[in-house]
Design a protein around this ligand. Structure first.
Ligand SMILES: Cc1cc2nc3c(=O)[nH]c(=O)nc-3n(C[C@H](O)[C@H](O)[C@H](O)COP(=O)(O)OP(=O)(O)OC[C@H]3O[C@@H](n4cnc5c(N)ncnc54)[C@H](O)[C@@H]3O)c2cc1C
Length: 464
């Protein structure tokens, strides 16, 4: 590359999208991410509009030796879609989707949210298994694994990934799939944003359009009985029933009975994907065990379920979470969950246990980089508050809860439920797959250009 080609002005004019600097009027808006606690100030934000913009941004950052953050949907709890100083490669305007109904696939660009994916596929009566909130970015969610309402039926999001288009640290543009760059494809499925900028994902879709779904809530006095029952039930349930367990406070919303407003409760958010005419029967053992205090489960289109919780936690609130993989739930662990779960600080916060069984558990631990297929749950303790002055309350609650429950964990945590927790946590999370991730990282990003993430250290950096 010629010297003048790496100048800031050349970089700026080479982009179809905007290059935003601190003096620009939209800088403040452009550096905001979902978590209101994150206050990072990049030197530049490249708002990319196509692959060429991404290649130009990667080349500029590499040649200028800039710190790089890659922003998809901006939902990282740790704020890893943003950086202090350096260059943000912002994909949030790259939102094209293309459904191939005959092949039952959907191609989505790296800036799509889960809502964008659902919008595209639902029109064709299809769905991709993703998460539980439509505002989350598909890129970060997929690269970390992807757990949600359809996990037990269709596997993790990565189990449905067929191809990814990637701009590598070298600026080279490659396709990763089972046939091409299969080592990279393995690492992308759970290894996070370590290996390059994914401009586009190709997913297989499933013929799921209407689900029988929604929350059921029980009184906290019933929590021990319900958690024991849930653990047994979900570990053996047919694949077409998914449900994540939660401790929560009921919002004072007119859609809830007034006597439940602001009450601490436990519950399960269900999602059944089998034939609708058999749904009531499938739920007989659930409703028959203990009558819920609230039962909002019924037929609904997938996008309605996917966006059900969006209004409760809009962008900009303070956010602090900690997670762990959990294999078993002995009574002592249940008691700890109830003790801290009954102290959920407000109606925005909560504890969720997402099942990792059904289809997701039938993939080998080393078939993808995501290495906890034998966990029963990905647990997350989420503290959220609109008020910045309350951030210590949610942070302390999450940490105290996590400290108490951690001895019962399987070791690591789902990377998408982590803050910046250090190398030991990253290694614990990848377990036996960590060394193979180091090899792939060393091959594709030897100088660790992509390090604003749950970082896999390349071998050279490890020795430095
Ligand atoms: C409200 C909320 C609900 C959530 N629900 C779920 C859920 O149901 N299931 C679940 O599995 N997770 C869930 N998550 C966690 C979510 O998967 C992670 O926060 C994920 O990182 C978000 O991806 P993003 O693209 O929005 O984030 P960003 O902040 O944009 O990026 C996160 C990380 O991914 C990397 N990255 C982003 N885009 C790219 C790209 N195109 N190429 C390479 N690297 C990239 C970034 O470098 C960064 O390290 C939720 C998060 C929130 C805040």
């Amino acid at each position: 590359m010629l010297a003048e080609e790496t100048s800031l002005s050349h970089f700026k004019t080479s982009l179809r999208g905007r290059l935003i600097a601190p003096a620009d009027p939209d800088y403040e808006m452009s550096r905001k991410v979902y978590n209101g606690m994150i206050d990072k100030r990049p030197a530049l934000i490249a708002r990319c509009l196509d692959e060429a913009d991404v290649i130009a941004a990667v080349n500029f950052a590499r040649v200028k030796n800039l710190l790089v953050a890659v922003r998809g949907g901006g939902h990282s709890g740790a704020g890893m879609g943003m950086c202090d100083g350096g260059l943000v490669i912002d994909l949030s305007y790259m939102k094209a989707t293309h459904v191939d109904p005959a092949a039952r696939t959907v191609q989505v660009q790296g800036g799509c949210t889960l809502g964008d994916v659902d919008h595209a596929t639902h029109a064709f009566g299809m769905a991709v298994p993703t998460g539980i909130q439509s505002t989350t970015g598909i890129a970060g969610l997929t690269l970390g694994g992807g757990i949600g309402h359809l996990t037990r039926q269709c596997g993790l999001t990565i189990d449905n990934l067929l191809e990814a288009d990637v701009v590598l640290a070298s600026g080279e543009y490659v396709k990763a799939s089972a046939r091409e760059h299969s080592d990279l494809f393995w690492a992308l499925r759970g290894g996070g944003g370590n290996f390059g900028v994914v401009t586009s994902f190709l997913f297989q879709t499933h013929p799921i359009s209407t689900v029988y779904a929604g929350p059921m809530l029980w009184d906290l006095e019933d929590a021990k009985e319900m958690m024991r029952w849930y653990h047994e039930f979900i570990s053996n349930a047919p694949d077409d029933i998914n449900g994540f367990f939660a401790f929560l406070i009921v919002p004072p919303d007119p859609s809830f009975p007034v006597d439940l407003h602001l009450k601490s409760m436990c519950g399960v958010v269900w999602c059944y994907t089998g034939p609708m005419e058999e749904a009531e029967k499938a739920f007989e053992p659930i409703r028959g065990f203990k009558k819920p205090a609230l039962d909002f489960v019924g037929p609904m289109p997938v996008p309605v379920l996917q966006s059900m919780f969006d209004p409760l936690v809009p962008s900009g609130y303070q956010w602090y979470w900690k997670g762990d993989y959990v294999k078993d739930l002995p009574d002592e662990a249940i008691d700890i969950c109830i003790h801290h779960g009954s102290k959920v600080p407000n109606m925005y916060s909560g504890v969720h246990l997402y099942p990792i069984n059904g289809a997701a558990a039938r993939v080998d631990n080393n078939a993808t980089a995501w290495s906890y297929r034998d966990a029963t749950y990905a647990m997350v303790i989420v503290g959220v508050d609109p008020e910045p002055t309350n951030k210590h309350i949610i942070t302390n609650w999450s940490r105290d809860f996590w400290k108490a429950i951690h001895p019962y964990s399987a070791g690591g945590s789902y990377i998408n439920f982590m803050m910046e927790e250090g190398q030991d946590r990253v290694k614990a999370t990848y377990g036996d797959n960590y060394q193979r991730l180091v090899e792939v990282k060393t091959k594709y990003d030897p100088h660790n250009l992509f390090r604003v993430n749950q970082n896999i250290l390349p071998a050279v950096t490890d020795q430095a």
